[in-house]
Design a protein around this ligand. Structure first.
Ligand code: CA
Length: 418
């Protein structure tokens, strides 16, 4: 994939920044944040007089909220307007993907294999966090996997630049100004050095990609080393922070998020997260566990069948809604739920996704990408997720072949590439 970025969705974490006594830190050497030379030009500061005026006015507001000149100097050194961040924010909605594509992006087989190995090394940390907050280790590990590829992709975009750019841009100005303010508090208390404040385009940081608001509201020093540290290589504070967030949101200990189900022919139930029924009512409507056995009764449940009744379907309980408090996308919730099962040793989904609207299934799409690349039209990684790069490759191929240039995949196109 990676021919279009996973746009970091808006973390709907509630800002509750007030009133937290921050840990007092000492000895943090001020290190000026420098743009990573590996970042694309749009993610390196560019001149923008309007942004500069906004920052000057913002600094006054920050001072009035107790941010010192020293903090402002340290935090803003080397930071600036990042046009690439605005671009990502605006393009977000274009990247609505099908559940199948989403699962192929966040939980492909090689990631499951990698994750099982990495998570084995964190078993004790995850168990301790689960014991305290009641959120299952596999769910926490799955969030870790979805958010940062098990800590290996924590983001490199400077958070002060990203949040100030989006606050200046204004579409969600208050939200990002509030996060910018909390990022400055992180610098001021010494929880992190400015150079550590890097993350996603929307300012999400660390192993479980917490935005500054969420950090200030929920961060935990779980290992007791005096730092609420979501940035270092040890993910335990990030696990605990995420678990605490879910626990406070209302996670029910001892209950599952949901499970894959199969629906009967002519299923007549209402689907969607708002149509909750008891497990016995769903059973009476013919809903069965896809892997067989009884459906566990963990309270009122909803049926989700995002790609149709004959495709993978799920029964989701209250804890699923708690995952959505972390990120409000149903695909996200199902991705976390699915990957948690895989990390716990379960197999892939029982029900196949089948052919897409172009008549191609996953293996067809992978073969299409591989065929295009083989013929010199780079379709990106052959992961079966067709994005901009594949479309461009199809167009290039069609043009070279004297075909109508549609950029649309098809069985005929695939056959011509074999
Ligand atoms: Ca700590």
């Amino acid at each position: 994939m990676a021919d279009f970025p996973i746009s970091r969705r808006n973390l709907m974490l509630i800002s509750a920044a007030a009133g937290l006594s921050a840990c007092v830190k000492t000895g943090a050497t001020p290190v000026v944040a420098r743009p990573d030379p590996g970042l694309e030009p749009g993610l390196r500061p560019q001149p923008n007089a309007s942004y500069d005026r906004w920052v000057a006015a913002f600094k006054e507001r920050a001072r009035s909220r107790g941010i010192t000149d020293a903090t402002l100097r340290k935090a803003f050194a080397g930071q600036g307007y990042l046009p690439g961040v605005v671009e990502r924010d605006r393009n977000q909605t274009e990247f609505k993907r099908s559940l199948e594509d989403y699962l192929n992006i966040v939980a492909p087989e090689e990631k499951v294999t990698f994750g099982r190995r990495i998570v084995a090394g964190q078993r004790s940390a995850l168990a301790q966090v689960e014991a305290k907050y009641g959120v299952p280790a596999d769910v926490l590990a799955s969030i870790w996997g979805v958010e940062s590829y098990f800590g290996t992709k924590r983001g490199k975009i400077p958070v002060i630049s990203a949040t100030s750019t989006l606050a200046w841009e204004g579409r969600r100005g208050r939200f990002f100004e509030s996060n910018l303010m909390d990022a400055l508090r992180i610098v001021q208390t010494g929880d992190a050095r400015p150079s550590q404040l890097v993350g996603s385009w929307a300012g999400a940081m660390g192993h479980t990609q917490l935005i500054p608001n969420a950090y200030q509201a929920h961060a935990v020093d779980f290992d007791g080393d005096g730092k609420r540290d979501i940035w270092s290589n040890n993910p335990i504070d990030a696990f605990a922070t995420t678990a605490r967030f879910l626990s406070k949101a209302g996670w029910q200990r001892g209950r599952i998020w949901g499970l894959e189900i199969s629906l009967p022919q002519g299923f007549a139930g209402l689907v969607g997260r708002r149509s909750k029924k008891s497990v016995s009512e769903w059973r009476a409507l013919g809903v069965r566990a896809a892997r067989g056995g009884a459906i566990p009764d963990h309270g009122p449940a909803a049926v989700l069948a995002p790609m149709g009744f004959d495709r993978p379907a799920f029964l989701v309980f209250r804890n699923f809604d708690m995952i959505l408090r972390y990120n409000p996308s149903e695909n996200y919730g199902l991705g976390v739920g699915y990957l948690s099962g895989r990390l716990a040793g379960k197999g892939p989904l029982k029900t196949a996704f089948g052919a897409d609207r172009y008549g191609l299934d996953l293996e067809d799409r992978k073969a299409l990408q591989a065929g295009l690349t083989r013929r010199g039209f780079d379709a990106g990684k052959a992961d079966g997720v067709l994005g901009k790069k594949t479309t461009a490759a199809i167009r290039g191929y069609q043009q070279a072949k004297g075909l109508a240039v549609t950029g649309t995949p098809s069985q005929a196109l695939l056959q011509s590439l074999r």
